[in-house]
Design a binder for this molecule. Sequence first.
Ligand code: MN
Length: 422
Amino acid sequence: MISANDLSLTTWLNISKKTDFPIQNIPFGVFSYENKPPRVATRIGDTVIDLFLLANEGLLQVDPAVFKQSNINDFMAKGKSLTSAIRNQIASLLAEGGNPALRNNKTLLGEAFYDLSEVNLLMPVAVGDYTDFYSSREHATNVGTMFRDPENALLPNWLHLPVGYHGRASSIVVSGTDFHRPKGQTMPAGADKPVYGACKLLDFELEMGFVIGTPNQLGTQITTKEGEDHIFGLCLFNDWSARDIQKWEYVPLGPFLGKSFCSSVSPWIVTLEALDHFRIEGQDQSEPEILPYLKYEGHKRYDIQLEAVLQPEGGEETVISRSNFKNMYWNMCQQLAHHTVNGCNMNTGDLCASGTISGTTPDSYGSMLELSWRGTKPVQLNDGSERKFLKDGDTLILRGYGEKDGVRIGFGEVRGTVLPAL
Ligand code: MN
């Protein structure tokens, strides 16, 4: 039986060596073509494959109905043993020396294969609930240093639990969805009363998100050992933020309207299995020692290179940050164990984001707030202009991939453009 994780596997399709989507990836997403209803798909190179047609032809051992959907929730809910097997069956159909049933079926090839450029990629998951964590020590330290006290940058709870807040699911959009600069209430510096108007300090946050495949019952916990059974896969996540709105509103209950106007996800959910190659040891959590329910075994942190790119309207791209998913103090299984330690139930399609992922050096910070150090050090762009925060017309792009033994498994990108306030 062929495994999609076999790094020596090659495909009979002609794909670029530099692609984020080799045969070892096999992500899941949703597309539409012309006026046809949405279908669940995978992607290899720049080819999008309609999985309903493959399953309906009997080439995948699953009820075809799970792919005749506008999201991947039904498929994810089937659980790891099935979804993992389907991923391997897809790899086999696309592999040199694998199952020839698809390769030999010219009619099906004509019907099920699309070029990326001719389809619309849709929101892959119906997100029920969305939670945002705050798990990069460098990011939390930077923010604490700027807004509170450099000597006590981390609040007392930070090294004991994965801090998070409940976000807004309704405004999560797929890559390519532009949004208007949000409006709201802010307190200008030196003023004695707040004003209403367009956000002046619009920011991005370089994050990754993970999607829940199978739920837990209300009242039960997901342990760090069980976490990976419930995590279907990951995406890139841009948690757009209105810093001036956030600063005025967030005390004492945390982020609210400064966050809920828009968050963007990449269109392909890359399975946890595909990222197996990039596991690394976790950060040291011995000082202070963490509580037993947050302890874990094995390698649950991931080495995934991330970058943030800013493209002014009509201009060229500038890479403004290079970070890595390994800059996480708390891993996904710890986040999930903490999220459910009180008996909170997670549902299929719930999305948890990492929080801004910043590294130790200023060129690896994951937000304009940190890159421009609260506006005191403008970021230089390749076209000669500079930015403290985002301007109307700016496009922000996040990209990410892991690389091992010459095989690159990536996420593609998530992009969005800031439109003027309405
Ligand atoms: Mn965030």
